[in-house]
Design a protein around this ligand. Structure first.
Ligand SMILES: [Zn+2]
Length: 80
């Protein structure tokens, strides 16, 4: 899980595709059994790391980039 340092939302992001990317610019975001995000683009599925997030993901709420940090889903914080 990834948290926006600016607005504290978790996993609320959209991917930015490079202008040179000429395939379908759609993707799906799912969770695997370890509660890790998996992103599928076309027929390619991967688990994004923090570097990928900071290079390609924009926060849906505050529109910031380069603001992601890893959020471990310990039981501590299960509000909402
Ligand atoms: Zn944000």
């Amino acid at each position: 899980m990834f948290k926006c340092r600016n607005c504290k939302n978790i996993d609320k992001f959209e991917l930015m595709f490079s202008k040179n990317y000429d395939k379908e610019k759609t993707y799906t975001q799912t969770y695997n059994e370890n509660n890790q995000i998996e992103i599928t683009v076309g027929d390619y599925t991967f688990i994004p790391d923090i570097k990928f997030m900071n290079e390609h993901a924009v926060c849906k709420y505050c529109g910031q980039i380069y603001i992601w940090e890893k959020e471990d889903n310990n039981e501590k914080k299960q509000k909402k």
